[in-house]
Design a protein around this ligand. Structure first.
Ligand code: ZN
Length: 478
């Protein structure tokens, strides 16, 4: 049936800036976006998962120059670290965008031209250090002092293009209030609604004398695009805005942008305003994820509590790390990662609850019925789809694991080892129910813990237990 098009689902992470190594916050974002993509792929939707890196800016240019390296190559080396992290956690991304790629630059320029009616030249007042011969943003400076020279920065004006985002205030408010453009969770939506009230226009270029490493402004070789205009356009450049209209039309608008709370404003205000200006649809939703602390404090090198994402994957394995991040970093509040907390959750939920349930079911089916079981109808869990559509990963897993808990409870209550002596067929029926329940739970867990899910599905395929799985989650003894 040609007309029955499959649903599509387009989900993105934000693109990390390559001036530093990947941290656990990137890992959380990768895992969340990947889980959404896997969930929708599992429903046979045409799914596209995008991640990538943001590679322009003076910091990258200067760091490369110090090493005598080409800035794109330098950025590429750091970009590879993010690619490696995506692979290490089993991310199923369909594409990896780099803002230094030609197709991205062309798309950013095309978008600029499409927004031209709302772009005007003005003067930007910035904080300048004469010693460094450069401007600093307020976040880069400390109380308007140069971080290198520790001298007071002077306020200087420079020419800049501005984007008239304030023109889109009313339209944006309507889109948000009608739910056509969703900002999740609710408290972030309310924060953004407050910001929108005091919306001003935004500087979107720098003279090349200030910033050499960027996408040139179309029609003005003296200017390059400043940070957000360039970076945000990755979400359309990667799906062919400038070079593949068929693909672009298929996937745009994005269904979900997954972003950190520090950059929510750019994604929920500037980005939709740019798109409206260009005559494009706004994304359907932006999910703003929280931050991860360690031992109750923000991670910092000086505190020595920085968690290396590669290290925890190597130590604990892919699925346990995915599980912990999705279940125990609350979807709407900052959460804490430390080894103690991780190991407690691992032992309780994965080793004792899920792992033990699988082992007991296998062992009893082998003992009482040669590993055979009947297909029994089991009830589905009703809240899960709602959790996914609101990016409530923690609630989803809570529900699945509460059910697993109740299955372990049912074993204690029904005592199949005693039942087998008095009524074998009843015992087999009960154990068959467990096998079918586990199959369904494995399907539910598939987007969250793909490897574990696969193992459980293989264990209970074709009404016969496959005993090769062994122990899913060996206990951690600390
Ligand atoms: Zn300086």
């Amino acid at each position: 049936m040609k007309n029955q098009l499959k649903n599509k689902f387009y989900v993105t992470t934000s693109i990390p800036y390559v001036n530093d190594k990947p941290h656990i916050g990137h890992l959380l974002e990768f895992v969340q976006a990947d889980t959404l993509a896997r969930y929708h792929r599992g429903k046979d939707e045409d799914t596209f998962l995008l991640t990538g890196t943001d590679e322009h800016g003076q910091k990258i240019f200067e760091a490369a120059a110090k090493l005598g390296e080409d800035p794109k190559e330098f950025a590429g080396k750091n970009s590879d670290e993010f690619r490696k992290l995506a692979q290490a956690i089993g991310m199923s991304n369909d594409y990896f965008v780099r803002t230094t790629d030609d197709r991205h630059k062309l798309a950013a320029q095309k978008l600029w031209q499409a927004c031209e009616k709302d772009i005007y030249k003005g003067e930007y007042e910035g904080l300048y250090c004469v010693g460094c011969e450069r401007y600093y943003t307020e976040s880069e400076s400390e109380d308007e002092y140069c971080p290198i020279h520790e001298t007071k920065l002077s306020k200087l004006k420079m020419e800049s293009y501005f984007f008239a985002q304030s023109k889109y205030k009313d339209k944006l408010l309507t889109l948000i209030n009608t739910g056509e453009f969703r900002i999740l969770p609710e408290k972030r939506k309310n924060e953004m609604l407050t910001f929108i009230e005091s919306l001003t226009d935004v500087s979107i270029s720098r003279p090349k004398t200030q910033l050499e490493w960027g996408v040139e402004v179309p029609g003005d070789s003296e200017h390059v695009m400043y940070v957000w205009f360039d970076a945000l356009s990755n979400y359309i450049s990667a799906i062919g805005y400038a070079d593949d209209s068929e693909m672009f039309e298929k996937f745009w608008p994005a269904d979900v942008h997954v972003v950190g709370k520090d950059i929510a404003r750019f994604h929920t205000i500037l980005w939709p305003a740019m798109l409206m200006s260009a005559g494009l649809q706004v994304p359907k939703s932006v999910y703003v994820h929280p931050f991860i602390n360690s031992g109750g404090q923000k991670m910092s090198k000086s505190l020595g509590n920085v968690i290396d994402p590669f290290e925890i994957i190597n130590k604990y394995g892919v699925d346990p790390v995915r599980y912990f991040l999705l279940r125990y970093i609350p979807s709407n509040n900052d959460g804490d990662f430390n080894n103690d907390r991780f190991e407690k959750a691992y032992n309780a939920d994965l080793a004792n609850n899920l792992g033990n349930l699988v082992s007991r079911t296998i062992a009893m089916l082998v003992k009482y019925n040669d590993g055979q079981f009947n297909q029994v109808k089991v009830n589905s869990l009703s809240q899960l789809e709602g959790c996914i559509s609101h990016c409530q990963f923690d609630k989803y897993l809570e529900e699945v694991f509460a059910h697993l808990d109740s299955l372990n409870g049912a074993i204690e209550e029904n005592k199949p080892w005693e039942l087998a002596k008095s009524d074998l067929s009843k015992a087999i029926e009960f154990l068959s129910g467990l096998a079918c329940e586990l199959t369904m739970m494995a399907e539910y867990l598939s987007p969250f813990m793909p490897d574990t899910s696969e193992k459980i599905l293989t264990t209970f395929a074709n009404s016969t237990v496959n005993t090769e799985v062994g122990i899913l989650f060996p206990r951690i003894d600390s």
